[in-house]
Design a protein around this ligand. Structure first.
Ligand SMILES: Nc1nc2c(ncn2[C@@H]2O[C@H](COP(=O)(O)OP(=O)(O)OP(=O)(O)O)[C@@H](O)[C@H]2O)c(=O)[nH]1
Ligand SMILES: [Zn+2]
Length: 343
């Protein structure tokens, strides 16, 4: 099976970036999946199982292959990063070169706006374009009310209502999802169902155990799947489920651009929007132009982000201390070695 690189998002601008590697006889490809030092790379002449032990690659990266080796990773244009699992000091890149981050929110009365805002901050932070997909509209009696509520939380972001069950809204969504797309959202919001509707591939049954050419068991799972309509690809990696904020201060500023714009009109540049005189944010709340909830949500997410950043810093400091101790010990051992003349 071979792939057209354009279907995977290849463009003249990627070709320009790749030019020095092309001159060196290397092959371009896009990483479809990474596992333990190896990765599946889709190239124009088919998938290649490549060694990536020395390269920091993730699904969505464009790479230069030399045979079965990842020789280079092209600089990422966007990256979706989450707070790493414990034991790792930096953020973990979940998907690279993403164009659209679709925040999936189920249509229920009393929709969790804070959760949507949190995911939107993460989406903005990635450098990709955020959209909100409102799922399960068939099961909601008041979609209009939910859309109104979301409009105040998803500022500057298109909200697209769909029902995978009724097949409604999918054409409009497909038209909006171009380039490399990821779906983020809580478990159970309908991501898998939506992914299946958008790609025609039942992703739920992708996780089948297969046997490779040498009779060994392998999991065949592709995480880079062309979207119906031929205008994009979907990245579906298990790690995208349940993402936490990681150093998303820029993303927060963008997700709360309305509050930031108001704050620009406060008399004091360090206004806490509490009881300071000349506070434009409080004035907007009092005038009913900004929901109090939104300011509270912004504050909560800023605290969460600071906490994540502080935790990362603490971990980095601890790691540095550890490596200093190791270095000292090596230095001591060197001097204490028998025959070194100094005891
Ligand atoms: N009524 C209705 N139910 C839906 C729709 N889409 C998904 N569901 C149901 O919602 C439940 C969860 O859907 P999934 O697609 O598995 O959700 P998910 O976000 O992929 O969940 P995880 O795999 O746990 O992350 C399932 O029972 C689906 O049948 C829809 O458009 N309408
Ligand atoms: Zn203020």
């Amino acid at each position: 099976m071979s792939f057209s690189l354009e279907v995977l998002g290849w463009s003249t601008s990627w070709a320009d970036t790749f030019a020095p590697h092309a001159a060196g006889g290397l092959t371009p490809g896009r990483v479809a999946r990474v596992d333990r030092g190896r990765c599946d790379v889709l190239t124009a002449s088919g998938p290649v199982r490549a060694e990536s032990a020395r390269a920091d690659v993730c699904t969505g990266d464009w790479v230069a292959l030399s045979g079965h080796y990842v020789h280079a990773v092209l600089p990422r244009r966007t990256a979706l990063v989450r707070a790493a699992a414990s034991g790792v000091s930096s953020g973990q890149t979940l998907a690279a070169n993403v164009d659209v981050v679709a925040v999936v929110v189920p249509a229920t009365t009393g929709v969790d706006l804070g959760r949507a805002e949190r995911l939107l901050a993460l989406a903005w932070e990635s450098g990709a374009r955020p959209v909100v997909v409102l799922t399960k509209t068939d099961a909601c009696p008041d979609v209009g009310g939910v859309l109104d509520a979301l409009a105040g939380a998803a500022v500057g972001v298109d909200v697209l209502p769909v029902s995978a069950v009724a097949g409604e809204g999918l054409d409009a969504l497909t038209a909006e999802l171009t380039g490399t797309v990821v779906l983020v959202g809580q478990s159970g919001v309908g991501k898998s169902t939506l992914a299946t509707a958008l790609t025609g591939v039942d992703l739920a049954v992708q996780d089948v155990r297969g046997v490779d050419g040498k009779g060994r068991h392998t999991t065949v799972r592709r995480e880079l799947i062309p979207l119906r309509g031929g205008r994009g690809v979907l990245i579906d990696t298990p790690g995208l489920r349940g993402v936490g904020l990681y150093d998303a201060s820029d993303g927060l500023t963008l997700a709360f651009a309305d509050v930031e714009a108001l704050a620009g009109g406060c008399r004091f540049t360090d206004c806490g929007h509490a009881s300071e005189p000349g506070c434009a944010v409080r004035a907007a709340i009092d005038a009913g132009q900004l929901p109090e909830r939104r300011l509270e949500s912004y504050r909560k997410l800023l605290r969460e982000n600071e906490w994540a950043a502080a935790r990362t810093d603490a971990r980095l400091r601890a790691e540095r201390r550890r490596s200093e101790r190791v270095a000292h010990r090596q230095y001591r051992n060197q001097w204490n070695r028998p025959g070194h003349g100094r005891r």
